[in-house]
Design a protein. Structure first.
Length: 352
């Protein structure tokens, strides 16, 4: 009766307090009612914690600041300041060269900290932060090498940039702007960002702008699924990975899409072209229904005879392995719903 929900704990045992307490007893046995409340409170709490960390960043030594906040928040807030500082450096003569030194010093400070004694949770945070920081430094180095002096130059706007205004975070890349999802994803590691990952991000973000899906294709082990998952992490969206097989029918997929459209999650259908051809053409119709509803910005839409609420941030990604036995060519009505990106040879030297 008196049970209260006061926060959330990730699988790694990281805790984030809720902004307001939830009493499941008030829902009078309706589980979905208090679970929905948990979802709303999670978003509000993440927004609050992120806001507090952004305010605290300039007033705290960075090596101390990274240990005081949840891992996801550390990376987002750090990226917001990186974007802001690079934009500022671009407006000054020799500003980038100076900022490059700052970036290198920040990485050195974190590495020094990692060598000391640390709680396991902080170690995971710093591992992920180092990956992001190294990519940030490499980006600044490229801008210096190319003598970029304007914040409107393509080499800068083609990076994943974080902006904080009106107490909300927005992630931008080229012409696409996505609002940060505030989904609590726990404290996990991040992918090493290589030129291939960057190119894939650009295609996927471009697809989001056009309300289309993204379709990385290429042989096994090139990071197709992982890149989709990592982009979802970067914008704080839940990404559900589903392995497709030839036993799937349109009814099973229909159920999946119904949940997806209502939850506003991202999904990644692995080895999508293993599904039978006749099923694929029905799936194309199902995806088209959702995409058209998103384009019209509907709150409620009809999907296979059922009225559903729609969260317009839901997205479908698919990955394909071309040219094995038992793989289909996608039908044309499905191809037009996705932006394809070829992922062939990963940069093993960088990831190693």
């Amino acid at each position: 009766e008196d049970m209260e929900i006061i926060g959330m704990v990730s699988s790694e045992k990281e805790t984030v307090p809720f902004s307001n307490k939830i009493r499941p007893a008030d829902a009078k046995g309706m589980v979905e009612k208090w679970l929905f409340e948990v979802q709303i409170t999670m978003i509000k709490s993440m927004k609050d914690v992120l806001g507090e960390s952004v305010v605290a960043y300039p007033n705290t030594k960075r090596t101390t600041w990274v240990t005081e906040w949840p891992g996801q928040v550390v990376i987002a807030a750090s990226s917001i300041y990186w974007t802001d500082e690079v934009t500022e450096a671009l407006s000054k003569p020799n500003g980038l060269q100076e900022y490059l030194k700052v970036c290198s010093l920040q990485i050195e400070d974190i590495v020094t900290k990692v060598r000391g004694k640390l709680p396991a949770m902080t170690r995971i945070t710093l591992g992920a932060l180092t990956v992001i920081d190294v990519h940030a430094r490499d980006t600044v180095q490229q801008l210096v090498n190319s003598n970029i002096a304007s914040s409107n130059d393509f080499q800068w706007i083609s990076q994943l940039r974080y902006y904080y205004h009106d107490e909300s975070v927005f992630v931008r890349m080229i012409t696409t702007e996505v609002e940060y999802g505030y989904e609590y994803l726990g404290n996990s590691g991040r992918l090493v960002i290589t030129p291939l990952t960057d190119r894939c991000y650009r295609t996927l973000m471009g697809a989001l702008k056009l309300n289309l899906g993204g379709a990385p294709e290429g042989p096994a082990g090139t990071g197709k699924t992982e890149t989709c998952k990592d982009l979802a992490k970067a914008v704080a969206k839940q990404c559900v990975v589903f392995n497709c097989s030839d036993g799937l029918d349109y009814k099973a997929m229909g159920k999946f899409f119904k949940g997806l459209a209502q939850a506003g999650a991202w999904s990644c259908f692995d080895e999508f072209n293993r599904i039978d051809l006749e099923v694929l053409s029905v799936i194309a119709q199902q995806i088209l229904t959702i995409q058209q509803a998103v384009q019209q910005n509907l709150k409620i839409f009809t999907f296979e005879g059922t009225e559903l609420t729609l969260d317009c941030t839901c997205t479908v990604f698919i990955t394909m392995n071309p040219g094995y036995a038992g793989r289909q060519e996608l039908p044309d009505n499905l191809k037009v719903l996705f932006r394809t990106v070829a992922m062939m040879v990963p940069d093993y030297a960088m990831t190693g």
